[in-house]
Ligand binder design. Structure first.
Ligand SMILES: Cc1ncc(COP(=O)(O)O)c(C=O)c1O
Length: 450
């Protein structure tokens, strides 16, 4: 590796970074993260901070998981790659499909289609949803429903069901046939309803209204995150997802749970669907499946969905979709090791109390600082602090967020800016003391902008 001077000189010169302005990145190059251990990261200037972001909602087992490192190193030597397109497969992929089925049996998940990440998994789910109806003789069921504020990755399918216009406008026109429903976001919603229960009911009513308006026979699926992550940690009331499950059943619409963030322990349960007691028809997964040690994802389907494909006419039921790296043997080996370690360490059981600690600590800050308009979380380790500039809930300016963020970093914790929110999703192995560091750092951040 070249020396630090080379890295600093060339930082952002020849890379375009995701979710950033290329010119701005050249003017203000990103921080170089050099090493990481446990729940902490160290930058090129030698600062070590608690990683309140968990990489990007993904490093669930923390940065020091030797079994995953060993599994990757070993698998690279045994079989670094082979295609899984019809005709060949590999050992770790077979074993992983078995393990995932066991792990997600309570949700009724039966088969896994492997991908290289979350966007690929969402794309797979959306395509399979249309094909499912076609195999069943309903080719007119092509439309997709999703929630405003939802994030489902950046492929054209995922971006089209995405519920945040930041990820949409510059890429329009997106796919036709995608319709967005109001999300149960109690702090801001078109109903001016602050009671979560009543708001959940109103959102269900709006969903039914849209389904009736579109014509149920034209709708393939409804995709939702059990808890919306990137949109600002929007936690639905407990009855919302189960009620939407019933609505989907009533109208023959497939329910896709996008578990890319919520899966593998983040909510305090092994997935967000379990958190709300729902059996979806499909689940999309990535991030925590390998804790970010290898780019990998999956779309799982229920036994009922699997049967339709497996007994279907080969002309319509063959899956003409897949990625060169689907079922990548090194990724599958990483996932197997990650799942075993996640279960051995019971990271979900740590996520629940540490998540409550973080949420309550941040709620206490809200009492002290008017710049905090809302604090959301309390269901595992996904938490948001929404910053506002007045009592009218005007979103705080980007510069305010940046100042709060930089101050928090200086005070010992990396957090993430998402719109006018400070987002937190640390490793699930985080300690009580490290959570206190995040709370203190956020306090330092909001204090400077108060
Ligand atoms: C809920 C959800 N779905 C899909 C994605 C896309 O995953 P990826 O960035 O791995 O493509 C993300 C990424 O943050 C996500 O949060």
């Amino acid at each position: 590796m070249k020396d630090d001077n080379f890295l600093k000189e060339n930082n952002a010169r020849h890379i375009w970074h995701p979710m950033a302005h290329p010119g701005a990145m050249q003017d203000h190059p990103p921080r170089i993260i050099k090493t990481a251990q446990g729940s902490t990261i160290t930058d090129a200037d030698g600062n070590t901070v608690v990683d309140g972001v968990g990489g990007l909602w993904c490093v669930n087992v923390g940065y020091s998981c030797e079994p995953i490192m060993d599994a990757i190193a070993e698998q690279v030597r045994i079989l670094p790659y082979y295609s899984a397109f019809g005709g060949t497969t590999n050992e770790p992929a077979i074993e992983l499909s078995y393990e995932l089925r066991e792990m997600y049996a309570p949700e009724g998940m039966a088969r896994a289609f492997f991908t290289s990440g979350g966007s690929d998994a969402v794309e797979t789910a959306l395509r399979l949803a249309r094909q499912y109806h076609r195999v069943k003789g309903n080719p007119g069921r092509t439309k997709f429903l999703s929630l405003k504020k939802g994030y489902h990755g950046t492929h054209f399918g995922g971006a089209s069901v995405n519920g945040n216009n930041r990820f949409r406008i510059n890429y329009e026109p997106l796919m036709p046939g995608c319709f967005h429903l109001p999300t149960p976001y109690a702090y801001r919603n078109p109903f001016d309803e602050t009671d979560p229960q009543k708001l959940g009911d109103l959102c269900v009513k709006a969903a039914i209204d849209e389904i009736e308006f579109q014509g149920p026979d034209s709708i393939a699926c409804f995709i939702m995150e059990p808890i919306q992550g990137a949109g600002g940690v929007i936690v639905p009331p407990a009855h919302y997802m189960p009620t939407m499950r019933d609505v989907c059943d009533r109208y023959g619409i497939l329910m896709i749970a996008d578990e890319v963030i919520c899966g593998f322990g983040r909510t305090g349960d092994w997935c967000g669907s379990r958190h709300w007691g729902v059996q979806p028809d499909m689940m999309t997964m990535a991030k925590g499946i390998t804790s970010g040690y290898f780019p990998f994802g999956a779309c799982m389907v229920s036994e009922a969905v699997a049967e339709v494909f497996e007994n279907g006419d080969p002309d319509t039921a063959s899956i003409w979709h897949g990625y060169t790296y689907s079922a990548h043997p090194v990724g599958a080996a990483a996932a197997l090791a990650c799942i075993r370690e996640s279960q051995r360490m019971k990271i979900n059981e740590n996520a629940a109390p540490r998540g409550t600690q973080l949420y309550e600590g941040l709620l206490a800050l809200k009492e002290k600082y008017e710049v905090i308009g809302d604090v959301r979380g309390g269901h595992g380790l996904m938490t948001a602090v929404e910053l506002v500039s007045d009592t009218e809930k005007t979103p705080a300016a980007p510069a305010t967020l940046k100042t709060a963020f930089e101050t928090a970093y200086g005070a010992g914790a990396m957090v993430r800016i998402g719109g006018n929110n400070l987002l937190m999703s640390p490793p699930l192995v985080i300690t009580e003391a490290e959570v206190d560091t995040i709370i203190a750092a956020v306090e330092a951040g909001v204090q400077t902008v108060s």
